[in-house]
Design a protein around this ligand. Structure first.
Ligand code: URA
Length: 190
């Protein structure tokens, strides 16, 4: 599949360019993303955590377990979609990614999206959401699709809360599930 080859090339290029040497130095490995390189839906989280850093795969810890549950509820498998993060190395001690780290990885994320060419980008949390929607107010805007355009590419962005934020908050958990199921319907109809 050509897309996967292009993603593998991009993966190698990020390692060679080393846009964030401080993060790269203390991380186990770059976490590029996983799933269907030809997917209609791309999920974008913040940055790898401890489990992701160890396994080299996105969303494989507690937040990933919740993401898997929501995918299953929407009748989707991880292999149907593509999952990645804006920042591709684990920040030390799971701190929030810094603005300069997000900025350094942003051009690579755009190239990744350009290769996959999805219909819908679903952002998980404000770090990736605010990069696509600069005036994002997650409490007001969660679950609301917005059309965005980069060059000649146009797609829908649906900003959702981060699954980790909803893990221990019952109200937010249900909001995220509701948003997720709605986003799945939108993604199937565009
Ligand atoms: N949180 C994220 O934002 N991304 C991951 O890959 C794991 C947890």
């Amino acid at each position: 599949m050509i897309q996967q080859t292009l993603l593998d090339d991009l993966h190698a290029r990020i390692i060679a360019d080393n846009p964030c040497p401080e993060l790269a130095q203390q991380a186990t490995q770059l976490v590029m993303g996983a799933g269907n390189a030809n997917a209609d839906i791309v999920f974008i989280g913040e940055a790898p955590g401890k489990n992701e850093d160890e396994q080299g795969l996105p969303f494989v810890g507690a937040a990933g377990k919740f993401l898997n549950e929501m995918l299953a509820a929407a009748d989707m498998r991880r292999d149907d979609v593509y999952i990645t993060n804006i920042v591709k190395y684990r920040p030390p001690n799971n701190r929030d990614p810094l603005p300069e780290e997000k900025k350094a990885f942003w051009p690579y994320l755009l190239q990744q999206i350009e290769i996959i060419n999805p219909k819908v980008v679903i952002t998980l949390g404000r770090h990736s959401g605010a990069y696509f929607i600069p005036d994002l107010r997650i409490s007001a805007d969660h679950g609301k699709p917005r059309k965005v355009r980069y060059g000649d590419k146009e797609f829908l962005v649906i900003p959702l809360y981060h699954p980790a934020a909803a893990l221990y908050n019952g109200g937010m958990r249900q909001t995220l599930i509701d948003d997720f199921l709605m986003a799945a319907i939108v993604a199937r109809t565009v």
